[in-house]
Design a binder for this molecule. Structure first.
Ligand SMILES: C[S@@+](CC[C@H](N)C(=O)[O-])C[C@H]1O[C@@H](n2cnc3c(N)ncnc32)[C@H](O)[C@@H]1O
Length: 286
């Protein structure tokens, strides 16, 4: 299990989350932790509604790339779609398969345990009516991923992406620049699809996602940071020599983590400047 996977497994297990995305919030309303699960549900419903609008035929074949806990696959199967998934994590693959068996023991979905870039294309060439990425597109190499998409999609097949991208401000050195990783550059994405895909929809939903950052920043700055400071004081007193030595050895790493999580830059404002969150639907033109 790598550190990225661990970063998904820990919150999912601790909080029992059904979804691994940011959620969909009302723009301009103060986000509350108690509404987090509902916000995640609203986001899933938003994607499922967009899928239903894109593929009206309920026997359509769909692929969920980076399918997390399998929550969306379950919902789509209940609606009658045939859905496969891709997940690099063996831990989640097992959980998803169990979840799908619980819904229907005769279910034929295949959960591919690999990175999308390594998908066994020959098994599913020209088979999918729609391939979607719910907050997972940012993890896929576009150079390696687009040829795979091209090979798996049917003629006029659709791609749905709901994820954040880097804005033109990325790398400008302003406050909070690069404090939050992830996302392809939006202009590079548009260049990549030119000539091969028609844009059917491109909706900027940054304002519905960024409240999540406000909530997370509040938790980091006002709950986790003070706790870490107390633990730090305790360790300095208890194990002064070894603890100071370890802190010195890992000082660069600590500084980086401090900037990323405890500088206050993991905020709604920073997110809105450096990231832009879109729902994009493309149609295959080849
Ligand atoms: C933020 S989670 C989103 C999970 C789920 N789609 C959702 O909306 O709840 C990102 C997902 O992408 C998956 N992922 C990361 N890199 C990937 C890759 N190269 N190929 C396929 N999936 C990947 C992770 O395992 C994880 O399930």
């Amino acid at each position: 299990m790598d550190s990225k996977e661990l970063g998904l497994v820990i919150p999912q297990q601790l909080l029992g989350l059904q979804d691994l995305h940011y959620g969909f919030w009302d723009e301009g309303r103060k986000p509350e932790i108690a509404d987090f699960v509902n916000a995640q549900k609203r986001y899933s419903e938003f994607i499922i509604a967009s899928i239903r609008d894109s593929v009206d035929n309920t026997s359509a074949k769909i692929l969920d790339v980076g399918c997390g806990t399998g929550a969306m696959i379950s919902e789509l199967i209940k609606l009658g779609y045939q859905v496969d998934g891709v997940i690099p994590s063996a831990f989640f693959k097992e959980k998803i398969e169990q979840r799908l068996r619980d819904i229907d023991s005769t279910n034929k979905s295949i959960i591919y345990n690999c990175m999308f870039e390594d998908f066994p294309e020959s098994e599913r060439r020209n088979q999918y009516d729609l391939i979607f990425f719910s907050e997972s597109f940012q993890y896929i190499s576009m150079i390696k991923g687009f040829p795979v998409l091209q090979s798996l999609l049917k003629e006029k097949g659709k791609i749905l992406i709901c994820d954040f991208f880097k804005t033109v401000h990325h790398g400008d050195g302003g406050p909070g620049d690069k404090s939050m990783g992830g996302g392809h550059r939006l202009n590079e994405f548009y260049d990549m699809i030119k000539g091969s895909y028609k844009i059917l929809k491109d909706e900027d939903i940054t304002g519905n996602v960024s409240p999540n950052l406000e909530l997370m920043n509040d938790i980091l700055m006002n709950r986790i940071s003070p706790t870490i400071k107390y633990v730090d004081l305790f360790l300095v007193k208890r194990y002064r020599i070894i603890y100071t030595f370890l802190k010195f050895c890992f000082r660069k790493r600590i500084k980086k983590l401090d900037y990323k999580y405890f500088s206050g830059y993991r905020s709604k404002e920073t997110f809105e400047r450096y990231k832009t969150y879109h729902l994009i639907i493309l149609e295959n033109q080849k």
